[in-house]
Design a protein around this ligand. Structure first.
Ligand code: TRP
Length: 461
């Protein structure tokens, strides 16, 4: 059993928790969760999403961390070693390959959206110091940003440079230092926003929207979206948490850290919803009598509706700047985990240094991201399966590739690795019933749930 990785190690249990929570908490919680919740009608969607976190997310989370820690290398190479040891076929390496491809696809559009947040943070900062015009018509501001390919490319590039800047410095000096400074700032900013929203007078209504399920809204595509979101928000299904697991000291209890990360991530998504929906209700729904409830927001939800609120609330410019700063920070600690698996693989398999490897990955992802940039302007007419290019990439990567990756991860941990190995990695002192529950969830229940949900995409029911 390897006790350390050539890429470096987290210096403590807390460092891993911060890094993995930093990976999990991101645009998925604060941008994607509210907008897809608004598109899927609220409560019922949230309930199914929470069930997916429990029944699918947690078992896959444990599996990823333990595979990574046992292999101590980038996913592709860890899986090769572990398959060889178990006498299984090397075809399992396909899981690592799917992970790397999904990582590129996600990083490509993720960086574009993170670029929007940087741009908004900058707009508010300029306004705050009196150097910029106020955002009076957020629809127009957002529309003209999307229409400007050059500007989108610039912010997308800047964000990619920020990400490569961390990954190039490696586990201790790059990843760990960045997250231990940035994560605490993130939590404080979110609580300030929540405090504001609780005083808008619409907090109760936002609570009912999020937690009162209307089961007439449930449909096959909605369940697919909810499961995709569970994977996306926990950073599962593309071996990112597996890569972070490779740097985890051997004495850390995996179930305990896994549950901590999932709880923190879920809490941030729910708090983000509770911070954002009262603002939407107070500033958009209330002044427009023709709106009967929270309208479906789309990817522009927080970029169009929140600035409307910020333009009328006291200290709105300051809050606007803080909010988009918060979102940029959250996106940053997530994107480093999207870049790390492919970077670690290049370091292991080529003569490239870590810096060069990170640059290659960033360059490729940036180039791929141009497709998302152009999907809003010069290629706005192009559709793939009825979706614009960016939404199509988002759908294929998050709602299809991540669940397939998660399915293979669970099957690998459950059936290929011996019980001796999984037990040793999870927790030697774990009571037998707890281990057996994990094992059979991972072997049967979780894979079956994923297959059933995926089958609905193919139109089986
Ligand atoms: N979980 C992050 C978010 O919610 C995004 C992310 C980072 C991710 N790494 C990932 C998603 C790996 C899937 C797989 O914003």
């Amino acid at each position: 059993m390897q006790t350390s990785s050539i890429h470096g190690m987290w210096s403590s249990r807390l460092a891993f928790i911060l890094a993995a929570t930093g990976s999990a908490v991101g645009l998925g919680n604060i941008w994607r969760f509210p907008y897809i919740t608004s598109e899927n009608g609220g409560g019922a969607f949230v309930l199914i999403y929470l069930l997916c976190i429990l029944a699918v997310g947690l078992p896959v989370m444990f599996s990823e961390i333990l595979i990574g820690r046992r292999g101590r290398m980038s996913p592709i190479n860890s899986i090769r070693e572990l398959s060889d040891d178990a006498g299984a076929t090397r075809a399992w390496m396909g899981l690592g390959v799917i992970g790397v491809i999904a990582g590129f696809l996600i990083l490509s559009f993720y960086s574009v959206v993170a670029g929007w947040t940087l741009h908004y943070g900058f707009l508010y900062a300029k306004e705050l110091v009196g150097a910029g015009a106020p955002i009076t018509d957020p629809g127009e501001t957002f529309g003209s940003l999307l229409g400007n390919a050059g500007e989108l490319t610039f912010w997308h590039g800047l964000f990619m440079i920020m990400t490569v800047g961390v990954v190039a410095f490696g586990v201790e000096k790059g990843l760990e230092r960045a997250v231990s400074i940035l994560m605490p700032i993130l939590f404080v900013l979110l609580l300030i926003l929540l405090g504001y929203s609780m005083n808008t007078g619409y907090f109760q209504e936002a609570v009912s929207f999020l937690f009162k399920p209307d089961f007439s809204q449930v449909s096959g595509p909605m369940i697919v979206t909810a499961m995709g979101q569970a994977f996306f928000t926990l950073s599962l299904g593309m071996c990112a948490i597996m890569t972070y697991g490779a740097y985890l000291p051997s004495d850390v209890n995996i179930p305990r850290v896994g549950v901590t990360i999932a709880l923190a991530d879920t809490a941030v998504a729910l708090v983000a919803g509770l911070a954002i929906f009262p603002i939407v209700l107070a500033f958009i729904v209330a002044p427009n009598p023709e709106l009967t409830g929270i309208p479906a927001g789309g990817p522009g939800l927080i970029f169009e509706s929140l600035p409307l609120a910020f333009s009328t609330m006291p200290f709105g410019i300051l809050f606007g700047m803080l909010f988009f700063l918060l979102l940029s920070v959250a996106a940053w600690t997530s994107s480093i985990s999207l870049m790390e698996p492919a970077t670690a693989y290049l370091v292991e398999s080529t003569n490239l240094s870590r810096k060069a490897s990170a640059l290659v990955v960033a360059g490729l992802a940036w180039t791929l991201g141009l497709a998302s940039v152009f999907s809003f302007n010069i290629w706005s007419e192009v559709t793939i399966g009825g979706k614009d290019i960016m939404s199509a990439i988002e759908f294929v990567a998050a709602d299809i590739m991540l669940p397939i990756g998660g399915l293979l991860t669970a099957l690998f941990a459950g059936w290929v690795l011996s019980r001796k190995i999984t037990r040793e990695e999870l927790d030697q002192k774990m009571p037998d019933w707890a281990f057996q529950s994990w094992l059979w969830l991972t072997r049967i229940v979780t894979p079956a749930l994923i297959v059933v949900v995926m089958a609905s995409i193919l139109g089986f029911f």
